[in-house]
Design a protein around this ligand. Structure first.
Ligand code: PMP
Length: 431
């Protein structure tokens, strides 16, 4: 595969952008190439790089592209919105429509505020929880990622893990001390800490963690969190930036029937444009400025183009909820075929999956938390990723991310994927 032009752009890029990329996970190298690919266009399930190579895309911009790239209806809505103007700094009716639509799909949300990213939404939700409870500390789970605000960058997942860190430099000790981290799914440790900790303002989690690879939660654990938060006056925050509108229209809270106090959303609600949201109970949300004194603002919050893309995306999903069943069925079939190959080639691997998300962990043990994920075979994963890339399939470059299947993936993509996985397993056995 010729990727010469990507290499040339990367040379240039490193001189002007740290690491040559605007988000660390994009800086992937494979066994055969020492620089990332630069993308020119996308359509449906495919990406096209600057050298003209075509790829089946299994990362979907890390979640937003549930309908595939450049969905015609979403594109039309965006074009219409562009003609109307791109940013006003004043409210629009569309923002109200999006808020109403989010509320309809998430009954736990009475009021919702739009932001420009998931990071910003999670940061605001935590600030709000502190103000509401008048307590200072945050409880989060090892390997869960909630964006890059200071207090949430402790034992975080995603790109941090990929580059071998769990915290970021530049965060004060005081901030770090206010964040308590626990292993995901460990009820005993949770109860132990809550018995001794009086200062916890919130527990924030990805109800379906997808930033340490995909982890499937136990319903009982989510229930316990709900009970304990109610008992101890702790705000339960579900960060559904990935799981929202992905595992179900109503997110993980609908799937597992658990009602959080606050919800953080992002990705799909912007239909591929920058957006985030935090929302929840009226009594908490009414503490946000200008009603209350918890400050949150944004020049581009509720940007009309982003909102138009999000509205159209959610409307398509709402009109045709079959999309979720079909996606789940297709992904399950794919995972079953991968599992058959695992057996055929005697590979030590296990696949976690839910809805249209999955992660292949190279270990014969169950993977239920960060410790388990870290113990899986990095070399085998890298061989898998590199082999897939050479075959024109973009899968997550790190075992700490999930594969995202979209509505636009067709039989040809699935056959290509399966052939690619088989080839990668042969390569793993040869290594
Ligand atoms: N929360 C979760 C669960 C995420 O996966 C992400 C991003 N991957 C974020 C928050 C941060 O969102 P953003 O990148 O839009 O700031």
């Amino acid at each position: 595969m010729n990727i010469k032009k990507s290499g040339e752009i990367f040379e240039r890029s490193q001189k002007s952008i740290p690491g040559g990329v605007n988000s660390p996970v994009r800086a992937f190298k494979s066994v055969d190439r020492q620089y990332p690919i630069f993308i020119e266009t996308a359509k449906g399930s495919r990406l096209y790089d600057v050298d003209g190579n075509e790829y089946t895309d299994c990362i979907g911009s890390w979640g937003p592209m549930l309908l595939g790239h450049n969905n015609e209806r979403v594109l039309e809505a965006v074009k219409k919105s562009l003609d109307e103007g791109t940013s006003f700094g004043l409210p629009t009716e569309k923002e109200v429509e999006l808020a109403e639509l989010i509320k309809e799909c998430y009954p736990s949300i009475d009021k919702v505020r739009l932001t420009t990213s998931g990071t910003e939404a999670a940061m605001a939700a935590v600030r709000l929880a502190r103000a509401y409870t008048q307590k200072n500390k945050i409880i989060k789970f090892e390997g869960c990622y909630h964006g890059h605000s200071d207090s949430l960058m402790v034992k975080a997942g995603s790109g941090l893990l990929t580059f071998g860190h769990q915290d970021s430099n530049g965060i004060t000790e005081g901030v770090m001390k206010d964040t308590i981290t626990l292993p995901f799914g460990n009820s005993e440790k949770l109860i132990e800490i809550l018995d001794s900790e009086e200062e916890a303002a919130c527990i924030i989690l990805e109800p379906v963690p997808a930033n340490m690879g995909l982890i499937i939660p136990e319903e009982g654990f989510l229930k316990l969190l709900r009970e304990k938060c109610t008992e101890k006056n702790i705000v339960l925050i579900f960060d559904e930036v990935i799981s929202g509108f992905r595992v179900s229209l109503g997110g993980a809270q609908e799937l597992f029937n658990i009602t959080p106090d606050l919800t953080v959303l992002g990705k799909i609600i912007g239909g591929g444009f920058p957006v985030g949201a935090f929302g929840g109970k009226k009594e908490i949300m009414d503490m946000v400025a200008p009603v209350g004194n918890v400050y949150h603002a944004g020049t581009l919050s509720g940007n009309p183009v982003s909102v138009s893309a999000g509205l159209e995306t959610i409307n398509i999903l709402k009109e045709n909820r079959e999309i979720y069943n079909t996606l789940e069925k297709r992904t399950k079939e794919l995972v079953l075929r991968i599992e058959e190959l695992i057996e055929k080639y005697n590979i030590k691997a296990t696949v976690n999956h839910i809805g249209s998300l999955y992660t292949i962990f190279f270990s014969d043990k169950k993977v239920e938390n960060l410790e388990d994920a870290m113990a899986t075979d990095d070399k085998a994963y890298n061989t898998y990723f590199s082999s897939m890339l050479e075959d024109g399939i973009i899968v997550p470059p790190s075992k700490y991310e999930a594969h995202f299947i979209s509505w636009a993936h067709n039989n040809e993509d699935f056959e290509k994927l399966i052939a690619g996985v088989e080839k990668s397993f042969i390569a793993i056995n040869q290594n």
